[in-house]
Design a protein around this ligand. Structure first.
Ligand code: UGA
Length: 465
């Protein structure tokens, strides 16, 4: 049976036996994608229920298209699941560590699962020759892991090298990000290890895979760059990249505030700025700020890492401060337009931290929802995916079947997540349903001129009214 992403033009290379430790989304995406490009992969996790569900073809993930490729790789026998770490780790050539580590009470990461993997590898004379850290672990983990492997391998003579291979997967786009990355970063302390990593990624490095997400017309451009660094440098790439992206967003948001004061349009300014390839247009969209499970947490962790190394990375504190203030500024805007929020019916469109996900972790939309309720507003809300998560936190809100339900009788609508479907609404109908045609757009999703033509009082971020 052929694999869904690989046709005759893809250089497949040697099939390797690979174990993936940790079956969260990062582990599952890594395992399924490496399997569909032709390796034999076994995913292992302590969570027996999850492994059982995965083995039975119930993918336990909301990541788009991941279920499909897991099923396809299972059908061809390239992907298996187990709870038996010891047995599997000893039988493979390479182990990817994809476990998300939790924090201990003293604020340090609990690396016991990684220590256990090192112990199993060290105890096997003919075990894997390579262990790769994929999930985001504290900087310096690779060196400690290498040391542990040497100690545990003394009795058996086991030899295993360590590589760091950070992931840059975005929620909601992880499968495409894995199969069509911009770069594959490999941190190694010996050159022969880099060669082995190149073998693992050979089918992806050619840039010719069919994309199961975009059905062969993936927007990905050139084949990925294969970047070899030291392990410590590779460990820094992920937090440094995340922090820089956050910095770009906060820059755009602060600029938006300036544009408002001066009567300029932040969208015009950032569009022109972004045409300079040294700057680039992505992650320069002003709005109510960044959120999500990972972004805020990683920036904080990066700041603390720098502090511990004696570097005061205060720039990152500014990035966080600017981001926190977005919700305050947006609430001020809504209040200015509505005067009093108490007992006013306010409609909320969007609850997730970004579109195409049900995730509401650190979502600015959820923060705003909480503030509206605290002010005494009567809130009706709609989100294509995130209503269950919001309902658990704010049960008193009326959750509607669609945006028109939100609009009915509303004195204002707040657009808080840039779901494309909000762009396609019949805004003329929305206006007719509303008690007062007022829209505060926290994501600059809508066109101000069109909204005004339709008779709305329209406010957005950093754009003239
Ligand atoms: C982010 C990174 O993009 C991934 O590369 C990384 O692997 C991941 O974190 C991680 O640390 O594991 P993700 O959290 O899925 O991925 O979210 P993004 O798509 O990066 O968006 C982050 C936030 O920034 C969202 O709230 C989004 O609305 C906001 N954003 C993004 C803006 O406010 N403006 C922009 O121009 C772009």
């Amino acid at each position: 049976m052929s694999l869904p992403c690989v046709d005759g033009s893809v250089e497949k290379g040697e099939e390797l036996r690979i174990a993936i430790v940790g079956c969260g989304d990062v582990g599952l995406v890594t395992g399924a994608c490496l399997a569909v490009v032709g390796h034999h992969v076994t995913c292992v996790d302590n969570d027996g229920e999850r492994i059982c569900a995965l083995a039975e073809g119930r993918a336990c993930t909301h990541e788009p298209h991941l279920g499909e490729i897991v099923a396809a790789a299972q059908r061809t026998g390239q992907l298996e699941f187990t709870t038996d770490h010891t047995e599997i780790i000893r039988r493979v050539e390479a182990v990817f560590i994809c476990a998300e580590v939790s924090l201990l009470e003293n604020g340090e990461s609990d690396l016991s699962a990684i220590d256990s993997v090192a112990r199993v590898i060290g105890g096997a004379r003919n075990g894997p020759s390579l262990v790769i850290t994929k999930s985001t672990l504290p900087v310096g983990t690779c060196q400690k892991l290498q040391h542990a492997l040497e100690i545990y391998g003394r009795a058996t003579g086991a030899k295993c090298a360590v590589a760091c291979n950070p992931e840059f997967l975005r929620e909601g786009n992880a499968v495409c990000d894995f199969l069509h990355p911009d770069r594959i970063v490999v941190g190694v302390d010996e050159t022969s290890v880099a060669e082995k990593m190149r073998q693992i990624y050979l089918p992806i490095l050619g840039g010719k895979l069919q994309c199961p997400v975009h059905r062969g017309s993936c927007p990905a451009g050139a084949p990925p760059q294969f970047v070899v660094t030291s392990t410590i440098s590779a460990e820094l790439v992920k937090p440094a990249s995340n922090s820089f992206l956050a910095l770009k967003i906060s820059y755009a948001n602060q600029l938006a505030e300036l544009c408002e004061r001066l009567g300029a349009d932040v969208e015009e300014v950032t569009r022109a700025m972004g045409l300079d390839p040294r700057i680039g247009s992505r992650f320069l969209h002003a709005g109510i700020g960044y959120g999500g499970y990972f972004f805020p947490k990683r920036i904080e962790a990066f700041y603390l890492l720098a502090e511990r190394a004696g570097v005061h990375f205060n720039l990152l504190k500014e990035v966080e401060r600017i981001n926190r203030e977005r919700v305050d500024r947006f609430m001020e805007k809504a209040k200015q337009a509505l005067w009093v929020l108490k007992r006013k019916q306010v409609g909320v469109l969007g609850l997730s931290f970004k579109p195409h996900t049900e995730d509401t972790h650190s979502s600015p939309a959820i923060e705003i929802l909480g503030r509206l309720l605290a002010e005494g507003s009567i809130v009706r809300a709609y989100d294509p995916q995130a209503m269950d998560a919001a309902r658990a936190k704010f049960p008193t809100v009326t959750y509607c079947h669609d945006a028109y339900g939100v609009a009915s009788g509303a004195e204002a609508i707040l657009v808080l997540t840039e779901w494309p479907e909000f762009l396609l609404l019949d805004w003329g109908r929305v206006r007719e349903l509303m008690a007062r045609p007022l829209v505060c757009d926290g994501r600059n999703l809508l066109n101000p001129n069109k909204m005004m033509e339709l008779g709305f009082e329209y406010h957005s971020i950093g754009r003239p009214r």
